[in-house]
Write a protein that binds this ligand. Structure first.
Ligand SMILES: Nc1nc2c(ncn2[C@@H]2O[C@H](COP(=O)(O)OP(=O)(O)OP(=O)(O)O)[C@@H](O)[C@H]2O)c(=O)[nH]1
Ligand SMILES: [Mg+2]
Length: 411
């Protein structure tokens, strides 16, 4: 057995020791533990749950009818649910008479990595939200903060609908406001000014309008793409990939259905960059590969054994693994080569680790698919899937092949 085969074997053996946990529960637990949490903060009725519903397609996200506060206690939504790469912490709205948010705020602050503040643009009275945010930022000035300014059409002149092109693009605090109706532009500006003096970098503002179909505004999720772009810009780089994985999971083939799972493990491995989550070491990486391989085999209703792992490792090819490592200018893969039965110590570059997990997962689907169908194993197909997945991951991390180690986690 090659060293790659032994590596996989050890990893899968290790995963088997956690047999009391189903592979699906393990995937959900591990990925959720590593996924960044976005905290929705705002007054009651400002559109927090509407944002969660739009971004996650989760039908259990209950949106208020506008008469009374809707979300009564904090709830975490996992996206995608089977192996989350992102989590949304929806909270009870501020500003209800008699509600002291101190305990809920402390809980949210202990969980979150990122803030998404919501405010209805027609509501100038945001002192409570701003005060809460300022306190949080005093302790966490580095937390990326997005401000969704919601309910735009409330301040449109009579008979005006949404512009055909989203007009609020740009970088400074006044972006996109010039040329709008004066009520709307002054309301947007008034809210933005209240963030002056916030510790840490200024927030990113995203005007949106998520209406019900019967309101008659098209599109009903005006600004949704801008919100996703802003989330990506602020460091939530996994969002688009998670959407793709989710779309693939609706397909009929097992590989498509397994995409979120692979992405979940890859993202969990590479969680770093914008979020203060520790990078897994080599041991962690091997464990993740083992758990992922076990989950994938379960999906294909197959089990790994020594022969299959050897075959898969041989198809992948040690030279392919190491050759790709050199091509991308990272030497991290060398740390995986066991020296006298033990791995070289040290943390692994999160980008390399995460790309590697992703690529092994995608290649394993090709291998397992062929085994399941009883087809001859195609080394070419397996290597092609592996290389394509690695390329995808590195494209996303904006690495320049052969130049330097990529700076940004791909997921
Ligand atoms: N026009 C408009 N209405 C919105 C927008 N976002 C939410 N709404 C509406 O505002 C109401 C409250 O929305 P929710 O998403 O439940 O607000 P919330 O912040 O979760 O409210 P609580 O759970 O009470 O704290 C609903 O009727 C939504 O349809 C928006 O961007 N534009
Ligand atoms: Mg709500």
């Amino acid at each position: 057995m090659s060293w790659v085969g032994s590596l996989f074997w050890n990893a899968v053996e290790e995963a088997a020791t956690q047999a009391d946990l189903s592979s699906e529960d393990a995937a959900r637990g591990i990925t959720a533990a590593m996924a960044p949490i976005i905290w929705l903060l705002g007054k009651t009725g400002s559109g927090k749950t509407s944002i969660v519903a739009q971004l996650t397609d989760d039908e259990s996200a209950l949106i208020g009818k506008g008469f009374s506060p809707c979300t009564a206690c904090s709830r975490i939504y996992d996206w995608p649910s089977e192996a989350p790469v992102l989590r949304f912490l929806d909270t009870r709205g501020l500003g209800e008479p008699g509600y002291d948010p101190a305990a809920d705020m402390a809980f949210a602050e202990s969980q979150a990595h990122f803030l998404l503040v919501t405010m209805k643009v027609e509501d100038p009275n945001q002192q409570e939200v701003i005060a809460a945010l300022k306190k949080v930022r005093l302790r966490h000035p580095e937390w990326p903060t997005l401000v969704a300014q919601t309910g735009l059409h409330a301040l449109y002149p009579r008979d005006v609908t949404h512009p055909t092109e989203y007009p609020y693009a740009g970088t400074d605090a006044d972006y996109g406001i010039a040329g709008l109706s004066s009520d709307l532009s002054s309301a947007l500006r008034h809210q933005r000014r209240q963030f002056e003096g916030l510790k840490g970098p200024p927030p990113i503002f995203v005007p949106i309008d998520f209406t019900r179909p019967e309101d008659g505004y098209a599109p009903s999720a005006f600004g949704l793409e801008a919100l996703k772009d802003a989330l990506e810009k602020a460091g939530v780089s996994v969002l688009r990939e998670a959407e793709q994985a989710y779309a693939d999971s609706l397909h009929d083939d097992i590989a498509g259905k397994a995409h979120p799972l692979i992405l979940g493990y890859a993202a969990a491995t590479g969680a770093s960059g914008a979020f203060p989550i520790p990078i897994v070491g080599v041991g962690g990486l091997v464990a993740f590969i083992g758990l992922m391989l076990r989950s994938l085999a379960d999906r294909y209703q197959l089990a790994w054994n020594r022969a299959r792992l050897s075959e898969f490792a041989a198809a992948l090819g040690v030279s392919a693994l190491l050759g790709i490592g050199v091509r991308y200018g990272f030497r991290e893969l060398v740390k995986l080569v066991p020296i006298a039965g033990a791995f070289a110590g040290g943390a692994l570059n999160a980008v390399a680790a995460s790309a590697l997990v992703y690529a092994i997962g995608r290649a394993a689907c090709v291998y397992l698919g062929e085994v399941r169908k009883g087809e001859a194993i195609s080394t070419e197909d397996i290597q092609r899937a592996f290389k394509r997945a690695l390329d995808d991951a590195f494209d996303r991390s904006r690495a320049k092949p052969g130049t330097s180690t990529p700076a940004k986690s791909p997921f």
